[in-house]
Design a protein around this ligand. Structure first.
Ligand code: FES
Ligand SMILES: [Fe+2]
Length: 444
């Protein structure tokens, strides 16, 4: 029995998730104070802030946070609200030597200290430097991401991430850079959007073309407040190779699977992997056993990447297997990770409407130094193949329909798969802790 042998179906507990967290306006409103102002959340990637003065604003409901690179190279985060009469100071991203309010001209240095109050004499010395400082927000980095937390008493990012950090550190996600970034609005709750990506149970129903040779079940685990899933059986070498599981000729299986993933996901593999897979039939004799095909494939990919200046992290196969395929970082980020690439999602509420969210998708890849592409974050509101990869359009097709279907008179709550959707149940258990409300209900 390996570490991920799922609990048997007979003993795996079954839960119902009430619809309140997805549909209730009151719940959505309460999330601002109880969840979003308490949790660590991804604000941006460090690569967006290479130089002193570079800033990104991160918007979450009523709060806007300025993340900025300071003179000593560290990052700071400030509330984006003028201390005079509250005007937002900056929008979007950019570079600043100081933060100046456009209303009456008060100014701050990038560390958040006030440097100018226009005609200050009128306040007759009654303004303290402390009162004038921009509101401080906690900031931390991991894996190349910049996280913020508005709660001054929050636990350190490292303990918050816990297993996420331990199990994904070997992949050196901090060495990866954006390959493409796209976003859109969805007519669904942000949790519905997250849950379209934190389980592998939907592949047969939503992406039947990806289960080319066989359809294997997935395992799913709670990791504190976070969750993960991965392929059952451990066949494959990660990165879009799972679809080849069961192929009678793995040379062909890998080539078919990786080309499909490259064309239909635009992610979870790389051009190097596809090119090496396409040469397997020339490099290996017919009848080569599957483990030998995998071994050859991996050593060739590492060799080819090294030639172009992309070095693979040293990975222990057991640690790779234990890390699975996909992590849900509570509350709203999902990472499908690999040795030189990652496909990531972030979902945020769009105002207080429980039926609407902002959804972002981006891919990361490890590049030769100096060849990082720095792509724009493109708004792609049309859900069609072309602006979006086919597989994502398939995922997207479920999201609004789940939100609508859950409102049916007949629908009493979600019934996650007891073995393959453990991470979904765990998400709601963690939400219930923050929200102080009922979470998943155990049923017989
Ligand atoms: S609101 Fe900012 S200076 Fe007046
Ligand atoms: Fe999917």
């Amino acid at each position: 029995m390996n570490a991920h042998t799922p609990a048997s179906a007979e003993t795996a507990p079954q839960y119902i998730i009430p619809t309140e967290a997805y549909l209730s306006a009151d719940y959505a409103q309460a999330e601002r104070d109880l969840l979003w102002r308490k949790v660590w959340q991804v604000a941006c990637r460090e690569e967006e802030l290479p130089e002193v003065g570079n800033y990104v604003t991160y918007e979450i409901l009523d709060d806007s946070i300025i993340v900025i690179r300071t003179a000593d190279g560290s990052l700071k985060a400030h509330h984006n609200a003028c201390r005079h009469r509250g005007r937002r100071l900056v929008d979007g991203c950019g570079s600043a030597k100081r933060l100046a309010c456009k209303f009456h001209g008060w100014e701050w240095d990038i560390d958040g200290n006030n440097t100018r109050v226009v005609r200050e004499a009128g306040y007759a010395g009654r303004l303290s430097a402390e009162e004038l400082r921009l509101g401080a927000v906690r900031v931390g980095t991991w894996g190349g991401w910049v996280f913020i937390n508005m709660d001054p008493d929050c636990e350190p990012l490292e303990t918050y991430l816990a297993d996420v950090k331990t199990m994904l550190d070997p992949f050196e996600l901090d060495r990866m850079r954006y390959r493409w970034r796209q976003w859109l609005h969805f007519p669904c709750n942000w949790k519905v959007a997250v849950e379209a990506f934190n389980e592998g149970y939907h592949v047969l129903g939503t992406h039947p073309q990806l289960a080319v040779f066989s359809d294997k079940p997935t395992w799913s685990k709670a990791r504190g407040i976070h969750g993960q899933f991965g392929p059952e059986g451990g066949e494959g070498v990660g990165g879009g190779t799972g679809g080849a599981a069961g192929a009678s000729d793995m040379r062909i299986g890998l080539a078919v699977s990786l080309n499909k993933v490259w064309e239909e996901v635009w992610a979870t593999t790389t051009q190097t992997m596809v090119d090496v897979a396409n040469r397997l039939v020339d490099e290996l004799p017919e009848g080569t056993a599957t483990p030998a095909v995998f071994a050859h494939f991996m050593s060739r990919v590492i060799e080819e990447d090294a030639k172009r200046g992309v070095n693979w992290p040293k990975l222990d196969p057991a640690a790779v297997a234990a890390s699975g395929a996909d992590w849900h970082i509570f509350p709203n980020t999902v990472i499908i990770h690999g040795p030189t690439f990652a496909l990531c999602y972030r979902a945020r509420p769009d105002g207080s409407d429980p039926d609407s969210c902002i959804f972002e998708v981006y891919t990361l890849e490890r590049y030769p130094e100096g060849e990082e592409p720095r792509p724009e974050n493109k708004h792609c509101p049309v859900i069609e193949e072309g602006p979006w990869p086919l597989v994502l359009t398939q995922d997207f097709s479920n999201m609004g329909e789940v939100q609508r279907g859950m409102k049916s008179l007949s629908f009493r709550g979600a019934r996650p798969h007891p073995v393959e959707e453990v991470a979904v149940v765990n998400f709601h258990r963690a939400l219930a802790q923050y929200m102080g409300r009922g979470g998943p209900v155990l049923i017989d």
